[in-house]
Design a protein around this ligand. Structure first.
Ligand code: NAI
Length: 340
């Protein structure tokens, strides 16, 4: 993304600039936070973004003023929580990324964030349903397994729910899975693309290594899976109470937004793993949202890919995942219904 001029040939550059002409407003809610700032920076560097709208309960205009000096074409505007601030930030948005909320401290699970983040996401979802009902909504705030269902319930209650346009951002799990296998195998992580399905917390994160032709065994396999499932804890512990993954998450969120923009601007075959309203385990397990590879198109979700062939070991992981996921989803839905 950053080195487009150096790495793209002339024909690709022409195609790139043609598609980049189409305008796209991208809004970040929680833009002054640990994720929000580097995410906004990466979006400012993306030529597919023409308008960047940065909202936070504190510090949005400051981050916007800083980023607006970067010499790329997009316009940047920051918003405070004035009566019209959030509405203006959202109006006309094509993509809304939501990293607003509190991050984990050492010893916390993502579910421990539920009490605080559930109401933050509910309120922001209400605002988005009112002011940008047609935008693609990308939920980063944890616990994603519950905050996505909360957002869906809010949109349903306001009569504007479109399951093709609501996404839980699980890209970081795939980024980690690819990086960690490359460290074990000495390969280029840029060429690794490990499928990860399920949800976005602990045992609900299910890497499907076998689909990339790898056959780790015994302890090595257990440790790899554990690292992908609990990779976030490494960062939480290393930061010693100062937050969770922000920089790698910003990269992952920017990658997902870029993929949506590519698809919206006509590119076909764009596939990203993401947590969506999914038919895959609805009837069999009552699991209404599930992360798998999803083909993106101009209207959001184009095609949800099934999990595919997996080993018995991976099936066991999936069975545990489905049980946990169901509870996380129901918790989000119950909160939304009781606290609308
Ligand atoms: P942070 O505390 O650094 O930033 C959060 C920002 O949200 C702050 O600037 C705060 O002012 C803002 N905020 C709070 N309430 C708001 C509201 N009602 N409206 C607008 N802005 C509001 O936290 P950080 O590290 O940026 O993490 C944010 C969230 O992302 C956390 O819930 C964290 O668990 C989650 N996360 C998700 C990941 C994923 O893979 N999906 C990975 C890492 C973190």
């Amino acid at each position: 993304m950053f080195a487009a001029r150096q790495v793209f040939g002339a024909a690709q550059r022409r195609a790139f600039s043609v598609s980049a002409k189409q305008s796209s407003k991208v809004t970040v809610l929680g833009a002054a936070g640990g994720i929000g700032q580097p995410l906004s920076l990466l979006l400012k560097l993306n030529p597919r973004v023409s308008e960047l709208s940065l909202y936070d309960i504190r510090g949005g205009p400051g981050v916007a003023a800083d980023i607006s000096h970067i010499n790329t074409k997009s316009t940047v505007k920051g918003y405070d929580p004035t009566p019209s601030g959030l509405k203006e930030a959202l109006t006309g948005a094509d993509i809304v990324l939501i990293p607003a909320g509190v991050p984990r401290k050492p010893g916390m699970t993502r579910d421990d964030l539920f009490n605080t983040n559930a109401s933050i996401v509910r309120d922001l979802a209400k605002a988005a349903a009112e002011s940008s009902p047609d935008a693609c909504i990308l939920i980063i705030s944890n616990p994603v397994n519950s905050t996505v269902p909360i957002t869906a319930e809010v949109f349903k209650s306001m009569g504007v729910y479109n399951p093709k346009k609501l996404f839980g951002v699980t890209t970081l799990d795939v980024v980690r899975a690819s990086r960690f296998i490359s460290q074990l195998k000495g390969t280029d992580p840029a060429n690794e693309n490990i499928t990860v399905v399920g949800g976005h917390s602990g045992a609900t994160i299910v890497p499907l290594l076998s689909q990339s032709g790898y056959e780790l065994k015994g302890n090595e396999l257990d440790e790899y899976v554990r690292r992908v499932q609990f990779g976030g804890d490494e960062v939480v512990q290393a930061k010693g109470g100062a937050g969770s993954a922000t920089l790698s998450m910003a990269m992952a969120g920017a990658r997902f937004a870029e993929s949506l923009l590519k698809a919206a601007q006509g590119q076909t075959g764009v596939i990203e793993p993401t947590f969506v309203d999914s038919p895959l385990y609805k009837e069999s397990h009552g699991v209404t949202y599930f992360a798998s590879n999803v083909e993106l198109g101009p209207n959001g979700v184009e095609k949800i890919h099934p999990v595919g062939k997996i080993t018995d070991y991976e099936q066991n992981l999936l069975d545990v995942c489905l049980g946990d996921l169901k509870k996380n989803i129901e918790k989000g839905e119950a909160f939304a219904k009781q606290n609308m």
